[in-house]
Design a protein around this ligand. Structure first.
Ligand code: FAD
Length: 425
C-alpha cells in the first residue's frame, strides 16, 4: 500500500490549508453573524453573503477549484474548469486536500468541493449524457448553480434504500414524479437549480432494479420546498436541509440517469468517494477542535494549573491524538483500496470508515467543548456547530448500524469460508 502524495497534491493541500486559515476562517465570523442577524430579525436567511462569492472567485483564480474531480474520467473537466495541474486526483491524493477543506463549515463550498454537489457532479460525470453534462455539470463545475440529492423520505425507514416509496413512473416519453422527500441538503440555497431524485419506477422488478434516478429542475411545476429542517437548531445557511414535496412533476424520459431501474447501481458508485471525502473533512474538523482544546487548555488556569494539566485531561488529549491518527490511516487505506481495486474492492473499508470516523470526531469535539467550559456551548467558538456536523454524519449517507452490519457480515463470511475450506480438507 502506497500512501505517498503526489507533489502537486501536497502543494495544493498546503495552499488550501493556508487559504482556509488566513482567508476563510476570519471571514466566517462575519458571515455567521450576518445569518444570525437575519434570523433574529425574522427574515429569510437563505441568501448568499457577498464575501462567499468573493472567496470562491479568489480560490478559483488560485487553481484551488474542483479538486475532487477523479483522475481519468475527470481529467477533461479538470482541464476545462480550472483545477491546478489540469488533471483529476486519485482518492489518496484528494483525501489529503479534503482534510484541509474540512476545518470550517463553508470551506468546501469556497473550493467548489462540497457535498452534495460533488457527489451529484460525479454522477453526471459517470452516467450523464453529453447533453445532461452541458446543461447541469458545466454550471455546477463553474460554481454558478448548486444541486441537491433527494433520496430520504419522511414516511419510510430510508436507511434501507429499497424502501423508497416516492414515484418516478414512466409515462410514454415522460417521467411523472410524486412523493415527499426530506433532509435534501442544499435545496434551500438560492442557486440550487437541479435535484438528483430517486424514485420507484417498477414495483414488480427485482429489489435492486425497481428505482430510477432522475434529474429534476428545481423550478419544475409541482416542486414545493415545504421547509428547512434545523440541525440541532442550526439551519446551515446558505444550504439548508429541506423537506420537498413533488406533485405530478413531469420531466422528459431523457432526464433518467443511465436508464430506468439503475438507481442502485448509480448509488453504489456515488457513495464510495463521497464517504472518503466526508470522513477526511471530519478529520480536518477534529484537528481544528483539538487545536482549540490545546489553546484553551494551556492558556486558562484553575486550581493553580493550566486546565489541560488537571485531572485526566492529558490522557483525554493523548487518546484524541491517537484516535485521530488511527482514523486518518484507516481512511487513507480505504482511499488506496478504492484507487487500486475500485468500489467493489473497497466497499467494506468504506463502510468501516463511515461507521467509526464520525463517532471519533464527535468524541474529540465533545472533549474540546468540555475543556472550554460554558464557552464551549456558546456560539463564541465554532464547536457546537462542529459537533452538529459530526453527529449528523453518524446518520447521513447511512447510519452507523448499517455500515457496522456490512463489516460484520463480511467478517463472518470470511470466517465461515475459512471454516468450510478447513472442513473440506
Ligand atoms: C444533516 C443531514 C443531512 C442529510 N442530507 C441528506 C441528503 O442530502 N439527501 C438525502 O437523501 N438524505 C440526507 N440525509 C438523510 C440521511 O441519509 C438519513 O437520515 C439516513 O439514511 C437514515 O434514514 P432515516 O432517517 O429514515 O432513518 P431510519 O431508516 O428510520 O433508521 C433509524 C435508525 O434505525 C436504526 N437502524 C436502521 N437500520 C439498521 C440496521 N440495519 N441495523 C441496526 N439498526 C438500524 C439506526 O439506529 C437508525 O439510525 C441527511 C441527514 C442529516 C441528519
Amino acid at each position: 500500500m502506497d500512501l505517498t502524495l503526489s507533489p502537486l497534491a501536497q502543494e495544493l493541500a498546503d495552499e488550501v490549508d493556508a487559504f482556509v486559515r488566513e482567508k476563510i476562517e476570519p471571514a466566517e465570523v462575519e458571515i455567521q453573524r450576518f445569518y444570525a442577524d437575519l434570523k433574529a430579525k425574522g427574515e429569510n436567511s437563505f441568501v448568499v453573503h457577498p464575501k462567499i462569492e468573493e472567496l470562491k472567485a479568489e480560490a478559483r483564480a488560485a487553481g484551488l477549484w474542483n479538486m475532487f474531480l477523479p483522475v481519468g474520467e475527470g481529467d477533461e473537466w479538470a482541464e476545462r474548469f480550472g483545477t491546478r495541474g489540469g488533471k483529476g486526483f486519485s482518492n489518496v491524493d484528494y483525501a489529503a486536500i479534503a482534510e484541509k477543506t474540512g476545518r470550517t463549515a463553508l470551506s468546501p463550498m469556497i473550493f467548489n468541493c462540497n457535498a452534495p454537489d460533488t457527489g451529484n457532479m460525479e454522477v453526471l460525470l459517470k452516467y450523464g449524457t453529453r447533453e445532461q453534462q452541458e446543461e447541469w455539470l458545466v454550471p455546477l463545475l463553474e460554481g454558478k448553480i448548486r444541486s441537491a440529492f433527494l433520496m430520504t423520505e419522511p414516511a419510510v425507514a430510508s436507511s434501507d434504500a429499497t424502501n423508497m416509496d416516492a414515484r418516478a413512473v414512466i409515462d410514454g416519453d415522460e417521467v411523472v414524479i410524486n412523493g415527499r422527500k426530506w433532509w435534501s441538503s442544499g435545496a434551500a440555497h438560492p442557486d440550487c437549480k437541479v435535484f438528483v431524485f430517486m424514485g420507484l419506477s417498477d414495483p414488480d422488478a427485482d429489489r435492486y432494479g425497481r428505482h430510477s434516478m432522475v434529474l429534476v429542475p428545481a423550478d419544475a411545476p409541482g416542486v414545493t420546498i415545504k421547509r428547512a429542517l434545523p440541525v440541532m437548531g442550526q439551519l446551515d445557511e446558505p444550504f439548508g436541509h429541506c423537506e420537498v414535496e413533488l406533485k405530478d412533476v413531469r420531466v422528459p424520459l431523457s432526464n433518467v440517469l443511465a436508464g430506468p431501474g439503475k438507481a442502485f447501481a448509480i448509488a453504489q458508485g456515488r457513495l464510495g468517494p463521497g464517504r472518503i471525502h466526508h470522513c477526511m473533512r471530519l478529520i480536518g474538523l477534529s484537528e481544528m477542535a483539538l487545536e482549540l482544546a490545546c489553546k484553551r487548555g494551556t492558556e486558562r488556569v484553575a486550581f493553580g494549573k493550566p486546565l489541560m494539566l488537571l485531572g485526566g485531561n492529558r490522557e483525554r488529549l493523548a487518546k484524541a491524538r491517537i484516535e485521530l491518527d488511527m482514523a486518518r490511516l484507516l481512511v487513507q487505506q480505504a482511499a488506496w483500496k478504492l484507487d487500486d481495486g475500485g468500489t467493489q474492492a473497497a466497499r467494506v473499508d468504506v463502510s468501516a470508515i463511515k461507521a467509526i470516523v464520525p463517532s471519533i470526531a464527535c468524541d474529540i469535539i465533545d472533549f474540546a467543548i468540555q475543556i472550554h467550559g460554558g464557552g464551549g456551548m456558546s456560539d463564541d467558538f465554532p464547536l457546537t456547530a462542529a459537533y452538529a456536523n459530526a453527529r449528523s454524519l453518524r446518520l447521513a449517507d447511512g447510519p452507523d448500524e448499517v455500515h457496522l452490519g456490512m463489516v460484520a457480515r463480511e467478517e463472518l463470511k470470511s470466517y465461515l469460508a475459512a471454516q468450510g475450506a478447513g472442513a473440506a480438507k
